[in-house]
Write a new protein. Structure first.
Length: 106
């Protein structure tokens, strides 16, 4: 699934869990004419953090998403991560992610 939106927040890089996994989160607000626009918080893990480099708050992007439901101590949680980001950087240049080449069928 993809989500077109404008970056409204970029969180700091951090390490999470016992294995010190690198993580960075950002928030997208949908591109639409609606009065109340949807927003979504997306996580980048490990080497995927590099996908966000060159983007800043206010940039318009298209993000390919991965969804996952996890269970811990009898409770269920959703996880939304990005596998690809493409769009305009603040400098005005068009940027496609390095993940584009990974999605090829051959």
């Amino acid at each position: 699934m993809t989500f077109d939106g404008i970056i409204t927040y970029i969180g700091p890089k951090e390490t999470v869990w016992q294995n010190a996994l690198p993580k960075q989160s950002f928030v997208l607000q949908e591109n639409s004419d609606k009065e109340y626009k949807s927003t979504i918080m997306i996580d980048l893990l490990k080497e995927k953090i590099e996908l966000l480099q060159g983007y800043s708050v206010g940039d318009s992007v298209k993000v390919s998403l991965n969804f996952r439901a996890n269970e811990y101590n009898g409770r269920r949680y959703n996880s939304i991560t990005a596998r690809k980001i493409e769009g305009q950087t603040s400098g005005g240049s068009s940027k496609k992610s390095a993940a584009d080449e990974e999605d090829l069928p051959f």
